[in-house]
Design a protein around this ligand. Structure first.
Ligand SMILES: [Zn+2]
Length: 153
């Protein structure tokens, strides 16, 4: 899989942050290199990219986008029978977003699912709260991001 140069930079940042030699740290430093399925509308794809941009303001990992066939992570529509708006599977490097998600909610869903891709789990507050759609990062989210190793201080 093609790795963007930025993953070298984020790996270095993480190694320095963790105080470990570059070759020793795993730290989940790979960037999340995504490919947005062509089935999404332009508006939906733009909302997904906007969510990535917002994570990238403070993560040491980076969410990047690759052309078709070159992405490491796939962002695909889910079956319409899905009873939630989206989910992420880290092992399969897969994010699914329910195609019936209203356009104005795609951002919130993408923000949450990209959080999983960056290594964050569920909590009872903020963007990683599975029961609420939160569209604004808080200090709590920052702390969770640091705890997951996806954000530096
Ligand atoms: Zn979730």
């Amino acid at each position: 899989m093609k790795r963007p140069l930025s993953s070298v930079r984020t790996r270095l940042a993480c190694a320095l942050f963790a105080g470990a030699p570059l070759w020793l740290t795993s730290c989940g430093t790979d960037s999340v290199d995504c490919e947005i399925d062509a089935v999404f509308t332009d508006r939906q794809a733009a909302e997904i990219r906007r969510a990535a941009d917002d994570w990238n303001r403070f993560t040491v990992r980076e969410v990047t986008f690759a052309p078709e066939g070159e992405g490491d992570w796939l962002i695909l529509p889910a079956s319409v029978t899905l009873n939630r708006l989206g989910y992420a599977q880290r092992k399969r490097r897969l994010i699914r977003i329910n195609p019936v998600t209203p356009d104005d909610q795609v951002y919130a869903v993408a923000l949450h699912e990209l959080g999983h891709a960056l290594g964050l789990g569920h909590v009872k507050e903020g963007v990683m709260d599975p029961d609420r759609q939160t569209i604004k990062f808080s200090a709590f989210d920052m702390a969770e991001c640091r705890r997951a190793g996806a954000c530096a201080n």
